[in-house]
Design a protein around this ligand. Structure first.
Ligand code: NAP
Length: 247
């Protein structure tokens, strides 16, 4: 897998899975744009690590749910790099509670960041990729978007939406040489899951055939494959990275 000379934007690249993807794509040769919204220090740390590998990297603050932020993100990247070859729609949040207790604001915010954010970034970057007649877009969904989860109606709906968006945009962009796929992580170590108690983690692990939680690098490896030439005949697919949880 060789991504030398490619430019990749990773939304939410400052922490967790996004950080691991940023480092993995840089390891494979890509120059990296680390998008973040509230952790400038963590984003800078990732940028420094990537520069030490000899790649170009910059951190750009943008809330993916806001069109004006996404538009300035894409303009800034276009000023710094001649092409945008890879977009990883990874930024995501949870606001978990049972459906009957859910506040409308928590429904809206999760849908805005996870689904509208993926839509806005895809729309603005796809325009550039279509002109280039090449590009790879990988959307980070979740197995919860496939099987649902009590307490995560907003999150599951947003991630199911991301799957529909992936398949529709794959069909629209295929003729222009742009591949759009999704990766559905299962239960992965990150800030999002580290707040869970050991008991909850043990219970989840019982339902994972490979018997343990995944690491961000497990997701990053699958993403790197989907960004590579080796995956050029794949589009509109959802690749579960979940230790066999959903099969
Ligand atoms: N962890 C899991 O088990 C798991 C399972 C399935 C799917 N996923 C998905 O994988 C993705 C990454 O999750 P994670 O576990 O790595 O989460 P995380 O550790 O909480 O990191 C979330 C990242 O998203 C960024 N972000 C949040 N809101 C944003 C916004 N409005 N605009 C731009 N960036 C924003 C954060 O930036 P700041 O640092 O600036 O706040 C951070 O970089 C998410 O889409 C999540 O739904 C995770």
């Amino acid at each position: 897998m060789n991504l030398s000379g490619k430019t990749a934007i990773i939304t939410g690249g400052s922490r967790g899975i996004g950080r691991a993807i940023a480092l993995k794509l840089a390891e494979k040769g890509a120059n990296i744009v680390v998008n973040y919204t509230s952790s400038p220090d963590k984003a800078t740390e990732v940028v420094e690590q990537i520069k030490e590998m000899g790649r170009e990297a910059l951190a750009i603050k943008a809330d993916v749910s806001k069109e004006e932020d996404v538009s300035s993100l894409v303009k800034e990247v276009s000023k710094q790099f001649s092409t945008i070859d890879i977009l990883i729609n990874n930024a995501g949040i949870t606001k978990d509670t049972l459906l009957i207790r859910m506040k409308d604001d928590d429904w809206d915010r999760v849908l805005d960041v996870n689904l509208k954010g993926t839509y806005l970034c895809t729309k603005l970057v796809a325009k550039k990729m279509m002109k280039q007649r090449s590009g790879k877009i990988v959307n980070i969904t979740s197995v919860v978007g496939i099987i649902g989860n009590a307490g995560q109606a907003n999150y599951a709906a947003s991630k199911a939406g991301v799957i529909g968006l992936t398949k529709s945009s794959a069909k629209e962009l295929a003729a222009r040489g742009v591949n759009v796929n999704a990766v559905a992580p299962g239960f992965i170590h990150s800030d999002m899951t580290d707040k869970l108690s050991d008991e909850v983690v043990e219970n989840y692990a019982k339902n994972i055939p490979l018997g343990k939680m995944g690491d961000p690098e497990d997701v990053a490896n699958a993403v790197a494959f989907l960004c590579s030439e080796e995956a050029s005949y794949l589009t509109g697919q959802v690749l579960n990275v979940d230790g066999g949880m959903v099969m």
